[in-house]
Design a protein around this ligand. Sequence first.
Ligand code: 6R9
Length: 638
Amino acid sequence: MPLQHPRIRTFEDYQDAYQRSIENPEQFWASVAEPFTWRRKWESVCKPDLVDGHNEWFSGAKLNITENCLDRHLATRGNKLALIWEPNDPKTRQIRYTYRELHQQVCQFANVLLNNGVEKGDRVCLYMPMIPQLAIAVLACARIGAVHSVIFAGFSSTAIADRVNDAQASVVLTSDGLNRGPKQIPVKRVVDEALESCPSVRRVIVVEHLGWPVHMEEGRDVWYHEEAQDAAKTCPAEEMDAEDMLFILYTSGSTGKPKGVVHTTAGYMVWADYTFRNVFQVEENDIYWCTADIGWVTGHSYLLYGPLLNGASTLMFEGVPTYPDAGRFWEVIDKHGVNVFYTAPTAIRSLMATPLDNVLSYSLDSLRVLGSVGEPINEEAWHWYHTHVGKERCPVIDTWWQTETGGIMISALAGVSPTKPAHAGQPLPGVQPVLLTQEGQEIEGNNQEGYLAIKASWPGIIRTTYGDHERAKQTYFGPYPGYYFTGDGARRDENGLYRIIGRVDDVINVSGHRFGTAEIENAINENDNVVESAVVGYPHDVKGQGIYAFVICRDGACANEADKPRVEASIIETVVAQIGKIAKPDKIQLVSGLPKTRSGKIMRRILRKVAEGETSNIGDVTTLLDPAVVDEIISGRK
Ligand code: 6R9
């Protein structure tokens, strides 16, 4: 019988755990880590570094995360469901794997990787639909010590190439195509296009999903099902060091290209496991469903690793909330008896906008806990979720965290700590949030607002940005040495509960997806008609934030009104090609100039006001090189 992981059950437990985690973090985390399967125990629990960002946890320990996700459950949970797969089309076949079956599948996939020359430390990029083989492949990489880097299957070929090249991946895993609601997308073709400029890739393993004919590059591409034929269903797990890389996940920041956030083995494992168990309070026979795609960090930590580490039954959904109709989420919940449900505010808001019958016609009796993640949940959405989905019976937990934090940082623990609409709540044990002034002074007391930073290391903290530690250092530890800087603004209410207000940097959050404004501007500037552009976010009813682009065209490109729609359409096409459909500007305004200071800096504050429609209150424009452009921009507002 494996050692049991204790769980926080009452608010007193929480307060006690929190206190212990702050007073003696080493002792606290050593006891949390104890019950895992270790090949060798750590020499030191924690080596914190919030100045240069060289954080280590459980250094010296040896382990494999898949032994903890799979092998150690076999004796007690071998026949328990590990993974349930609900297809895009409700009329087609579901797939269910017990822990024993999933273990075999992962071992078999791991052997295919080994047979194709993948070695410990190699980077493997995955560009795949939400099918069981994606989950299996991720775990297979971890099994053999390869570093997985999942690329969300909505990114364009250019975006794939950027990521594959940055990671210097030798192998890419993909499928023939994918289903997204009523649409089918030829994924392999997108990968083929990307790989034209990725010399590091020597092997592509293709999973058959739609049964579409695809081009197979001689000497490079192989079919998974052919490779699997002779692959054994057992595979010893590679022994990994605590600080060996587990995965890279690319995410957008305020400058430059997306960066590869690196998480390592032991700290991430402990953090994903601990946060999952205590936040969601999943019971042994529960069905747990996180709607996130594995292409995002939420899918990594709370669809895959967190639930499997805890021996839970995790549901994976291929489709979208509105197919075949806007009742799909609720239909899936009733069909599978989902007890704990975790989704994003943007999904809730899009479903709120459809007739209420879509949700009222399902019983939703099985639900016990509702979670939210990815962006601030506005009060209206919170109440709708609480009333119509949770029938006022289920706590709604608003979980704040980031790709860089590895797991949930601030959240109520379901049924244990207080919830308040639009508030994430209190920090998890081990997390020490502070509010800082712009100058970096800590703001004491409640009823305060400031920049959210974290003043102690935690096991899931980002270890580096792949291939460029200086960038990680500057982004997260540079602004306020001694603190991890989140990039978010927050408010602490009268009871010490945190409310996340939103980003304070040039990152915008569109339907829970992060984009740097510079990243979208760079994409727009690739268009031949464009001289310069400036992108800002603005409040959007469903997406949270929409993308508003101000664009200066080259002389003659927009000589008359009639040219504008064509130019705008071509700009959108360029962004879709450079990044993907998810980054499509919602509004494009063609302008003759941008509001710049004498030193040439674009005053985004003004553009934000225009995009928000706050044009009567634009503020001081006297420092602008040419204040007249502001009037033109206001009068042309979309
Ligand atoms: C997990 C994830 C991180 C950014 C983060 C913040 C926003 C996430 C939130 C939230 C308010 C919440 N964010 N959860 N804002 N309330 N519960 O989403 O990671 O994709 O890296 O995004 O998302 O702005 O800084 P990631």
